[in-house]
Design a protein around this ligand. Structure first.
Ligand code: ZN
Ligand code: ZN
Length: 145
């Protein structure tokens, strides 16, 4: 259902239906900025993000967003890159490098395992308790210790 909201970019009120919460004018503008950045990066693969921003007039913030979204691709040798949020190594898109993504996934599995182990330990204890209770039910209550 269309609703009237403020554009997240220019704050103007517009009729929003679906997609990003920016008005059509801004959407068009952002598209143009993206094209500008892409063309510049292609022409000057050695430019830093500050240089790209200065020459295209597009904020580094937006350039980083293009990178993070995987829309903007830069050459292997380009000084423009995102950094792994974990180890700071340069990456091309997303938030973590491959090594850290794997390590984070492993950590999660390990965390899951230790949770499972403590769960099993608890289970073990309650089983012992049950066994004792069973003996009691059978009328063979004997103290083991
Ligand atoms: Zn707008
Ligand atoms: Zn990393």
């Amino acid at each position: 259902m269309p609703e009237v909201i403020n554009c997240r970019r220019c704050k103007r009120i517009f009729m929003h239906t679906t997609g990003p919460q920016i008005c059509d004018a801004c959407k068009k503008l952002e598209e143009e900025e993206f094209e500008k950045v892409r063309a510049f990066v292609r022409e000057f693969p050695g430019a830093t993000i500050q240089e790209v921003s200065r020459e295209t007039g597009v904020s580094t913030h937006l350039i980083y967003r293009f990178l993070r979204e995987g829309r903007l691709e830069v050459a292997e040798s380009s000084p423009i890159a995102l950094q792994c949020e974990h180890c700071g190594v340069r990456i091309k898109s997303g938030r973590f490098c491959i090594t850290c993504s794997k390590r984070l996934a492993n950590d999660m599995i390990r965390a899951g395992k230790s949770l499972l182990e403590s769960y099993e330990r608890n289970n073990e204890l309650s089983k012992k308790g049950e066994a004792r209770g069973l003996r009691y039910l059978h009328g063979e209550l004997k103290e083991e210790e």
